[in-house]
Structures are given as structure tokens and as C-alpha cells.
Design a protein around this ligand. Structure first.
Ligand code: WQD
Length: 335
């Protein structure tokens, strides 16, 4: 087993990945600046894994902080989650997105190189593909980022490519996420956005708890079966397990890979709404509004490469995502 550093390990996907890495027998250390995560996540991770959590509070942009972390531990690999990830916000704040997502990543890679750590799993996104030329998205689909967020992820992927060309000691896994959703079965960790959510499931969750009055469906005139947007939602625990398989591929096979992490199945906004009503056992109010700028009709993954290369299979469906999300938010909000 290895010793793994998780940057942004207190976040939504990072915390779920922490649990799966520990279950797989790895030693894990978290660094997080807690800009988008609550500190009590750490106590809940300790509760789920029944073991103390090694965490250092700090920022990937802080060279001195990273140097102390790498001096304190002999890591076999790093999984890099620490980044900003809201498409809309990136349009308003491109500079902050490039500083955190690109400069943060290059600062981390420099610290890794100085510490002699050359294995990294990078958290990327399906939005690097842009408007689909064909569906499902395969990993060789044209890369055409539209938002500053997506461009920042393409920049990081390109940096990794050039880094390995320059120094073959590097080996990396790029994981292009589709739409993460759901929560841990324990209902002790899950998605907990600070403000009004951009994403569909956390928004519906706040309607279900009564924190928000109704969902606005962003358009019902798309070229899809029920007219609403179709996406490939993947359970966050499946996604986390994909990270374990990816980092194991680096440690045991030294094999670089760039893979979609999705289910291959698309669900509409109305599919999600109905599934959530079933999970929370109550009707959820909604209204149909105008399309959201930048949204596209439909996208979903071809998951074949992740299955062939990692043995990755998403095993949880939309009902699991809604059930675990509802268990999490209803416990969190005492409803
Ligand atoms: C899903 C569908 C909306 C909210 C984004 C990022 C992507 C990734 C996942 C980071 C769409 C509709 C949504 C609402 C709605 N993030 N919707 N009402 O836009 O597919 O992907 O999050 O990696 O990079 O682009 O996800 O959850 O925002 O939207 O009708 O209040 O739900 O129009 O069809 P998206 P989403």
C-alpha cells in the first residue's frame, strides 16, 4: 500500500476519496485551505474511518507550506483536488481561476519534483470537450474549452503532457469527471455548498429541505426526450473509487492515462426531479425558466476506456444518488 497526499481532501470529492483510499489500505494525508470546506469534515472522516486524520491546513500556492508538508512525509503519489470549479464564477473571475487552478497546480508540481515525488492524479472535467461533435464523449473527442474554468483544466492537462515529455520520471492520471452527485452511505459527508448552488442536485436538495422555495428548470426546449438538459450523473462514491484505481495504476503499473469517469447513461432534469421526489417522499416545486447561458442540450460519457484500463465500473444509479443525497441533507439540516 502507498502513502498518498490529497490536496483539497476536505472537499466534496476529496473527502469521499479519502474514505475509499483508507478502505483500500493506503495511508492518506490531507492538505486543505478550507476555503470551500468545513473543518468538521475532518472529525466526520475520523468517525467513518475509525482512525485519526492527518491534515495540514494551507494553500497549494504557498511554496513554504508545501515544502514543510513534503519534508514531513514520504509520499508515493499525490491526488490533486484543490481548485475552483464553478463555470459561471470562472467567467466573472478568470484571473482567480488561473491563479488557483494553474499556478496552484504548477506550484504543487514544483514541490513534488523537489521532493522526488513523480506520480499525480489530476482532477479534470468533461467540459474540456466543449460542444459535442458526437456523443458519447470519448477521450479522443476534440478539446474545445469554452469557459475560463474549462480552459484552466486544459492548461493543466497540457502542462502534464509537456512535463512527461521533458522528464519521463513523471507518470500521471487525468480523470475527466462528468456530473458528480450523491453522498456517502453513512450520511456523515456529502456536498455542502456555502451559498446558492449552481449545480442541479444540491439545488434540488435545498428545495427538498425547504431552504429554497422551488427549482428553476433552465429551459425545456432542448433537443432531448423531455426538452430538459441531459447529463451523465455519477455517484461520488463511484467517482472516489475510480481515483483509488487510478492512483494504484500509477503506483503498481507506472502507467499514465487520461480517462472519462462517467456512467455512460444520461438523465434529464425532470428525471432527477422525479427521482429526488421518490427519495424524499414529497412533491418538489419547480418552474420552467429560460435557458442558462453556456448550457448544452446533452452530454454523457463513453466509459469504455476507464473500464479497460482501470477496471472502473460505476455501480450506483440515479436512485442511489438521490437517496444518499437526501439522507445526508436531511441529517445535516435536521429535517
Ligand atoms: C445540470 C443540468 C442545467 C441547475 C457543471 C460544470 C462541470 C462540472 C459539473 C465541475 C443542466 C440544469 C441546473 C438548476 C437546472 N463541474 N439545471 N436548474 O452545467 O452540466 O456541469 O457541473 O467539474 O464542469 O459545467 O451541471 O448541475 O449545473 O446542470 O435546470 O438550478 O441541470 O441546465 O441541464 P453542468 P449542472
Amino acid at each position: 500500500m502507498g502513502k498518498i497526499l490529497l490536496t483539497g481532501g476536505a472537499g466534496y470529492i476529496g473527502s469521499h476519496t479519502y474514505v475509499e483510499l483508507k478502505a483500500a489500505g493506503h495511508e492518506v494525508v490531507i492538505i486543505d485551505n478550507f476555503s470551500n470546506a468545513r473543518k468538521d469534515v475532518i472529525d466526520r472522516l475520523a468517525q467513518i474511518t475509525d482512525s485519526p486524520v492527518l491534515v495540514h491546513e494551507g494553500d497549494v500556492l504557498d511554496k513554504a507550506f508545501l515544502a514543510t508538508v513534503f519534508a514531513s512525509h514520504d509520499f508515493d503519489a499525490v491526488i490533486h483536488f484543490a481548485a475552483k470549479k464553478a463555470v459561471g464564477e470562472s467567467v466573472e473571475k478568470p484571473l482567480e481561476y488561473f491563479e488557483t487552478n494553474c499556478t496552484g497546480f504548477s506550484t504543487l508540481l514544483m514541490a513534488m519534483k523537489e521532493a522526488g515525488v513523480f506520480r499525480v492524479v489530476f482532477s479534470s472535467t468533461a467540459t474540456v470537450y466543449g460542444e459535442p461533435l458526437s456523443l458519447p464523449y470519448t477521450e479522443d473527442h476534440r478539446i474545445a474549452p469554452v469557459s475560463p474554468y474549462a480552459q484552466s483544466k486544459v492548461t493543466c492537462e497540457t502542462l502534464l503532457k509537456h512535463l512527461k515529455e521533458a522528464d519521463d520520471r513523471w507518470t500521471y492520471g487525468v480523470l475527466r469527471y462528468f456530473n458528480p452527485a450523491g453522498a456517502h452511505d453513512s450520511a456523515l459527508i456529502g456536498e455542502d455548498p456555502n451559498d446558492i448552488p449552481n449545480n442541479l442536485m444540491p439545488y434540488i436538495a435545498k428545495v427538498a429541505t425547504g431552504e429554497l422555495p422551488q427549482l428553476t428548470v433552465f429551459g425545456d426546449d432542448y433537443n432531448t426526450p423531455d426538452g430538459t438538459g441531459v447529463r451523465d450523473y455519477i455517484h461520488v462514491v463511484d467517482l472516489a473509487q475510480g481515483h483509488v484505481q487510478s492512483v494504484d495504476k500509477l503506483i503498481y503499473d507506472n502507467s499514465t492515462h487520461i480517462l472519462n469517469l462517467g456512467t455512460g447513461t444520461g438523465y434529464s432534469v425532470f428525471d432527477m426531479l422525479r427521482a429526488y421526489e421518490k427519495a424524499c417522499q414529497k412533491p418538489l416545486a419547480y418552474t420552467v425558466g429560460p435557458r442558462r447561458a453556456g448550457d448544452i442540450d446533452c452530454f454523457y460519457a463513453d466509459p469504455a476506456s476507464a473500464r479497460e484500463i482501470l477496471g472502473f465500473e460505476a455501480r450506483r444509479g440515479l436512485d442511489d444518488m438521490c437517496r444518499t443525497s437526501w439522507n445526508w441533507v436531511s441529517r445535516l439540516r435536521n429535517v
